[in-house]
Design a protein around this ligand. Sequence first.
Ligand code: PEP
Ligand code: MN
Length: 270
Amino acid sequence: MTDFNMKRTWGPTPNYPGVIAHHENFRPTLMVLAGPCSVENEGQAKIIVKELARNQVMYARGGVYRAGTYPGKVFGFQPILAKVWADLCHKAGLRVVMECLDIRELDEMAKIADAIQIGARHMQDYALLKEASQLDCRVFLKRHPGSTLDEFLGAAEYLCKGNCAPALIERGSSTHMNHVRWDLSISIIPAIKNLTKIPILIDASHGTGRRDLVEPMIMAGVAAGADGFLVEVHPNPELSLSDADQAYPLDGLKQLIQKANSVKQAVRYA
Ligand code: PEP
Ligand code: MN
């Protein structure tokens, strides 16, 4: 903790002692969350799961509980598909992360999934954060596209008050720039690492909205100290039913993970 972080004369006084006290051991390899934006059908899921398992991805992430910016495209809560996806992943030895959109679905989801994701738009859903904090599992918290570091860590403080193992994900801010979907804050990675030992990951898929920018931004995030990354992959990216523009080719995943781990080794942040 530096004086700048806690003794500033402007803005609300930061108050996240649990975040600062949190300790998690350094990991030699990156935490990778990978999978399709949406689980589309069993055939697609099988192809993807096989590749995730081959590359020792830590968490399979597949959209089975989906939200959408506009309600017409919402996929919604699909418990049958969620079970099919989770069973396939578990048989392949993969842990499963699922996004919880509704506090009423949290307990049912926690029976199927190994980790819960709280999406950007729910970052300050304090009731959901409190419930999720009570789970005995990993909870990934994504930064809202309009929130500051203090608001992000304030939300993380709710998780630190419970039993769960929190992890943070930077997924970009709303921006006037029109070459990207959202603008990733690379500087927030070392700023967060200076304050807490909670793992911080980079989501270069939603954070760019562009397949061609996914790899360089993952490398930039890892070079800045990220403990892992989230990437949406698809066997035929152009045919992805959702977020096709940012879908990364499944057959490039192996090289992506290897390269990112080499960057991590090269910068040697603890
Ligand atoms: C996601 O990770 O599937 C997602 C929709 O991201 P975000 O909550 O960051 O928009
Ligand atoms: Mn997506």
